[in-house]
Design a protein around this ligand. Structure first.
Ligand SMILES: [Mg+2]
Length: 93
């Protein structure tokens, strides 16, 4: 069993989803410190990004939505690419 599933089984879905929220808020705080207070906190941003990614993996296992998220991302990135093509061509809509 992978670590994400083990964590969900050991510690429970709801506590892990609350942990996901906590980790996202920690990343938000570090980004805000970096921008608003011009803080040199790249090390903290690295840590909190990793924490959030680990929790997002657990979230996908928790809700059984790994493939759906992947599919949505593929479609979304296509749309973003199309918008960027227009943007870079000077068509700002
Ligand atoms: Mg953290």
């Amino acid at each position: 069993m992978n670590t994400y599933k083990r964590a969900l089984q050991a510690w429970g879905k709801e506590p892990q989803m609350l942990q996901a929220i906590e980790e996202m808020s920690e990343l938000i705080k570090e980004i805000l410190k970096n921008i608003n207070r011009k803080k040199d906190n790249v090390a903290e941003i690295i840590e909190e990004t990793a924490d959030v990614e680990i929790m997002l993996e657990q979230l996908k296992v928790c809700y059984g939505i790994k493939q759906q998220v992947e599919d949505y991302k593929t479609a979304k990135l296509q749309k973003i690419n199309q918008r960027l093509d227009k943007w870079e061509a000077g068509i700002h809509e």
